[in-house]
Design a binder for this molecule. Structure first.
Ligand SMILES: [Zn+2]
Length: 292
């Protein structure tokens, strides 16, 4: 059965009608009444301090700031606009270009761009990373390459992204400098549990995985072999198609420096595919330390 769909825009504004309601949500999600005061160590009631975005301990007057450690911490942009931006990110299949945010929020391009950047970083942190296991498809692809220059993996302006997709599980992406064995193998060893079956194409760099405790199967794309038994990399190729289509369609050009973040955004969305309605509540309620 399909679960409840994402919030409608009407539901969003009913739930978050003001900056105050957003702050209250952050307080409840992160602390809540009865939260033990970090200063006096007593279970406390907390009172809203009107002069700042803070709550005060009933016993010692210590302040809790619900936005500290969140993407909104140092921002003067109203909280409701942040929440709305996150809402847009979770309801769009293709991501939200800075220009679109600028237009919808009425902020400067620079502000919109920075908000998008922070939201992507936050998506990455909330998504988290766990070792993959079982049947895992591994593949690399080239993203970008609009600048004139030589074609191929080393061409200027192109970025190589490696992807690992656990069938019926999570996808994980890494921007890599090249497709040498010395690059690919350590990433596989670090992120895929030994004993797993690794599906790849015929790229020579993938050879030698058996010696490292993996069951390795490959298809020979060069010979137009796309499936052999249960071996294929169609899952990760679909992910590439979606990632590249979205970047080409909306972001125009993504620099090498930022591509990893864009990929993480799509990773988060992909990994939430069975429960898309959980994305927005998770992003406004969970604030793990960023991995960077
Ligand atoms: Zn206290």
């Amino acid at each position: 059965m399909k679960e409840k769909t994402s919030l409608t825009i009407r539901e969003f504004f009913a739930q978050f009608p003001s900056d105050e309601s957003c702050l209250e949500h952050l307080f409840e999600a992160r602390f809540g009444q009865g939260h033990v005061c970090p200063k006096c160590q007593r279970k406390a009631n907390w009172y809203r301090i009107k002069a700042e975005r803070a709550y005060s301990c009933q016993w010692c007057g210590n302040h809790l700031h619900p936005t500290v450690g969140t993407p909104f911490e140092d921002s003067r942009t109203p909280l409701q606009l942040w929440f709305y931006s996150i809402y847009l990110f979770t309801t769009s299949r293709h991501g939200v270009p800075a220009l679109e945010l600028k237009r919808q929020l009425g902020v400067t391009y620079k502000t919109a761009w920075r908000m998008g950047h922070h939201i992507r970083k936050h998506m990455e942190a909330v998504d988290g990373e766990w070792p993959l296991f079982g049947q895992v498809e591994v593949d690399e692809t080239i993203v970008g390459g609009y600048r004139p220059g030589p074609r191929g993996r080393a061409a200027l302006g192109k970025t190589i992204v490696m992807g690992m997709l656990q069938r019926d599980g999570d996808v994980m992406t890494k921007v890599i400098p090249n497709v040498q064995r010395e690059t690919l193998h350590p990433i596989i060893e670090e992120n895929i549990q030994p004993g797993s079956t690794v599906h790849t194409d015929e790229l020579i760099s993938y050879r030698g995985l058996k010696a490292k405790g993996y069951n390795h199967k490959s298809v020979t794309h060069r010979l137009e072999e796309y499936v052999r038994g249960d071996c294929h990399v169609n899952g990760i190729e679909n992910f590439w198609k979606h990632l590249k289509g979205s970047i080409n369609g909306t972001h125009m050009s993504v620099s090498k420096k930022h591509l990893a973040k864009y990929a993480k955004e799509f990773e988060f969305r992909f990994n939430s595919r069975e429960k898309p309605s959980s994305m927005f509540p998770a992003l406004v309620s969970q604030f793990p330390q960023p991995s960077t």
